[in-house]
Design a protein around this ligand. Structure first.
Ligand SMILES: *Cc1c(COP(=O)(O)O)cnc(C)c1O
Length: 522
């Protein structure tokens, strides 16, 4: 059956087909993810793409037409996806987007504004500016001075934070003479993007200083203070508000005080600096807070206090595609320092921005990003903030927090499960351990065996298409743990209890199968 290629149908009709195909694909999937693992999914998707052993590329000379392509591929995508709207999809900081945000996102795709010049995005330029101002105020910054940009996520925001810190250190060194090399300090639980950003920016010599964490995954303040005291040069400290695994929040206020003390410390080979004109004493210390995960807690009256001290940061990363329920990407970078963004400003492009246009009142956000063409990802955020308000989003944050605390109680009540960290935000890290007396008694369980059991539990759930549970390594012996990252505000306590029961039951089955007992290990 072949259909003549069409240049395209009207959007109304295609959107209708898309919604129907989403529902049909979801029905075919029948759970949080497709059953059968990577081999089965690959075969199904290749078939939908028209790729087969005798036809190896999806790009054929003539197409199959919009109707067939949309229906077939949306169905295949939905059937083959992990669905964050399913209560048993709980592995990652991967949220079910709000319908209002998805609808707004469609408008962005249809209009395709680009933020690199006013004449590609007259409305979106103002929308981004106002979204940044609203979120800067939420973070506790003065919205008339603070600046920021919408980013692709925590990774880009962390890069921006370190970039501005490097600019500030250079400006400081230029004003007062060489003062040593900028060093990055981060905790052992910081996100991998911090080290990547440091490497990209050449801030890995001296190497990034890794500060150990305490038993709750938070940066050890005493060890940070000691490390800063041993480094008399410029420093950028990256604190984490919501570690990716445990959801722990570093002691922000105390870390800010340590950075402030470092700023006032007489730098290498130069007399104590006079306070800079911006009101900051000097720029040999910069605090970047990676609140990619935890920033959403600002919407909640109950949880906002967790982020006490955030307003003392020099820059902040915040992801609204996590606790914010936006379609990705919806990253936000904020800074209260109005000093300009020198590294981003170095380049000029007359076709995008001219001084006479700017003098005539045509603003440009070109110098707010390392990107050029830039989607209006601020728009779904703006629509969501307008639709739900702070209380509406706060209620969603609270629902996820409640769910995690409930999960914690369930884990504590089950002798086969043990939790690794107290719940701060919406994540619980735990592992299965066979009950004493059962096959492979607890006392005999080596770390190796526990690691294998927990990894096998997760893979079993994935292969069966039954649940998506996260996994990580933690503790002094880097033991394999499971985690539930609960971002689905519609999930119920009963959903979470049933999932934890399933994890423990599969653990029991696997522990029984591998015979148990110390002799069967490695
Ligand atoms: C998710 C996350 C990041 C990375 O953000 P992306 O949006 O995936 O680029 C950085 N830091 C933390 C703490 C995160 O949780």
């Amino acid at each position: 059956m072949s259909e003549a290629p069409q240049p395209g149908r009207g959007l109304n009709e295609l959107v209708g087909l898309t919604l129907a195909a989403l529902a049909e694909g979801r029905r075919r999937r029948g759970g949080p993810l497709p059953a059968g693992g990577p081999v089965r999914v690959r075969a199904a998707i290749q078939a939908a793409l028209g790729v087969s052993p005798d036809r190896t590329s999806l790009l054929t000379r003539t197409g199959i037409g919009s109707t067939a392509a949309i229906t077939g591929l949306v169905e295949a995508l939905a059937a083959g996806s992990v669905d964050p709207a399913d209560p048993w999809c709980a592995a990652h900081l991967h949220c079910p987007p709000l319908p209002v945000a998805v609808a707004a996102d469609l408008a962005v795709s249809a209009l395709n504004p680009s933020l690199d010049s006013w004449d590609q995005a007259p409305a979106a330029t103002t929308i981004e500016t106002e979204v940044v101002a609203a979120l800067a105020a939420l973070a506790g910054f003065d919205p008339t001075r603070a600046t920021g940009t919408i980013t692709t996520g925590g990774t880009e925001s962390n890069l921006m934070g370190l970039l501005l810190a490097r600019d500030a250190a250079h400006a400081d060194a230029a004003g007062t003479g060489p003062s040593g090399r900028l060093r990055v300090f981060r905790s052992a639980a910081a996100h991998l993007s911090v080290d990547r950003a440091a490497a990209v920016l050449g801030l890995d010599d001296p190497p990034v200083a890794v500060i150990p964490t305490d038993g709750q995954d938070r940066m050890r303040l005493d060890l940070l203070r000691r490390a800063l005291a041993e480094h008399p040069g410029p420093a950028v400290v990256v604190a984490t508000a919501g570690t990716t695994d445990a959801g722990a929040v570093d002691p922000l206020r105390e870390i800010a005080a340590a950075v402030e003390e470092h700023r006032r410390r007489p730098p290498l080979r130069r007399p104590p600096a006079a306070p800079a004109a911006t009101g900051h004493p000097a720029s040999s210390g910069w605090l970047h807070v990676d609140a990619a995960y935890g920033g959403g807690a600002l919407f909640s009256d109950r949880l906002a206090a967790c982020l006490d001290g955030l307003a003392l940061a020099d820059s902040v990363s915040l992801d609204l595609h996590k606790l914010g329920w936006q379609p990705a990407p919806a990253g936000v970078f904020l800074t209260p320092r109005p000093d300009g963004w020198p590294s981003v400003r170095v380049a000029h492009a007359d076709y995008l921005r001219s001084e006479d246009d700017e003098a005539a009142g045509f603003p440009s956000l070109l110098d707010r990003s390392l990107r050029t063409t830039r989607r209006a990802d601020s728009f779904p955020i703006a629509v969501t903030l307008r639709a739900l308000g702070r209380a509406g989003l706060g209620a969603l944050v609270d629902a996820c927090h409640d769910l995690a605390r409930h999960a914690e109680r369930t884990v504590q009540a089950d002798p086969r499960l043990e939790s690794a960290f107290p719940v701060t935000l919406s994540t619980i890290v735990f592992r299965y351990r066979p009950r004493a007396g059962a096959a492979g008694s607890a006392a005999e369980c080596t770390t190796d065996r526990l690691n294998r059991l927990n990894a096998d539990i997760r893979r079993t759930l994935l292969l069966d298409g039954r649940a998506v549970v996260g996994r990580t390594r933690t503790g002094p012996d880097r033991a394999v743990h499971l985690k539930l990252t609960l971002l689905n505000h519609d999930a119920t306590h009963a959903d979470v209890d049933a999932l934890l029961r399933l994890v423990a039951e599969i653990g029991d089955e696997l522990a029984g199968e591998d015979g148990g007992g110390i002799g069967s290990v490695s």
